[in-house]
Structure formats: C-alpha cells, structure tokens
Design a protein around this ligand. Structure first.
Ligand SMILES: [Fe+2]
Ligand SMILES: [Fe+2]
Length: 188
C-alpha cells in the first residue's frame, strides 16, 4: 500500500530507508504509539489499511463500486504483499522465540484467511454488506496487530533478533518489488 499508484508494477515501488533509533513513531496512531524501528514499516502500512477500511465501512449504494475498486487496487498494490510478509517473515520470527500456538498468532492467521476470502469475493461482486464487513474486519485486524501482536513481538524478541527481523522485512519487500519489475519487463 506504500507508494500505491506511482509504480505500474503490482508490488510496491518504495523500498524504505533504514529506520532510525529505537522507539520511532509509527504510521499507525502516529504520535501515540512507539514502535521498534523494525516494525515501523508495517505500522505505516497499517495506517494505509485503516484509510482503505474506512472507505469500505462508509460505502453507500452510490459509492459501492468505487469503494470496491479502490480496495482492490489497495489490495493488489500492497496489502496482499503485507499479508505475505507477515506470514512468511514476521510470524516465523516470533515463533523462533516463542510458542507458535500463541492465541494472538492463531487469531492473526485466521483473520488473514477471512480477509483474503473477502478480497477475492470483492473481485466479482460488491454488495454493501460485504464492503462493510470487510472494512470492519480490516480495521479490527490492524487493531489486533498494533495493540497485541506488535507489543508481544517487541517484548519477546531480544534486541538483536528485532534488528535482524527488520532487515529481513526490508529484504522481503525488496525481493518482491524486484520480482514484480522482472515480471512486468517479461510481460512487456
Ligand atoms: Fe495482518
Ligand atoms: Fe498487518
């Protein structure tokens, strides 16, 4: 969702710069939430997800088609990759230091499945109920990660593991962007 529409490739164009000192303000709840620098990029994604979720929740019969289209663009240009990075990098990093059966981890993964399902549905139909449900689901998911998952990770992982996690998160995004550009060049 970062750099959403400036890059013609499906994945995000922006490779973030290295985060600064520990305790940087994050995108989500900026000004009130202190995040470890490793997690700041994901928190910035969350801010964009909340904007998208609000559009869905406020959709009316007149704006439903536009809201659905905007969400699909948001999904394809960033949110889908955000989910993948959380599943492939973030949660395994937590599981290396704690129980992967932790209820918060289970809840995050279940919500990913439901949101992916709704996002797929939205590609073919846009009933208001689906838009409102998905908007509420996405907002609640961001809250879960910001209020419970991220603090849990910050408390559980030692500092060197958090720094290594931040590096892996950046690499995963860079690889996805490079792969996307390669695909675009191949298709051209
Ligand atoms: Fe998530
Ligand atoms: Fe997330």
């Amino acid at each position: 969702m970062r750099g959403v529409s400036r890059d013609p490739s499906p994945a995000r164009s922006r490779i973030r710069s290295s985060p600064g000192a520990r305790g940087r303000r994050a995108g989500y709840g900026a000004g009130t939430v202190k995040r470890h620098p490793a997690l700041v990029p994901l928190s910035q994604d969350h801010h964009q997800a909340l904007v998208s979720a609000l559009k869905l929740r406020r959709a009316t019969a007149e704006t439903a088609a536009d809201a659905a289209r905007a969400f699909r663009e948001h999904w394809e240009t960033g949110e889908r990759l955000h989910f993948r990075i959380e599943e492939e990098v973030l949660l395994p990093a937590f599981a290396a230091h704690a129980d992967p059966d932790h209820p918060v981890v289970v809840q995050v993964l279940l919500e990913h499945v439901a949101i992916r399902r709704d996002a797929d549905r939205l590609a073919s139909e846009a009933p208001l109920e689906l838009l409102h449900d998905l908007g509420a689901r996405l907002s609640a998911h961001v809250e879960l990660e910001e209020r419970r998952l991220f603090p849990l990770i910050e408390e559980t992982l030692p500092e060197d593991a958090l720094v290594a996690l931040g590096e892996r998160l950046r690499e995963a995004e860079a690889e996805a962007v490079a792969a996307s550009r390669h695909d675009s060049a191949t298709d051209a």
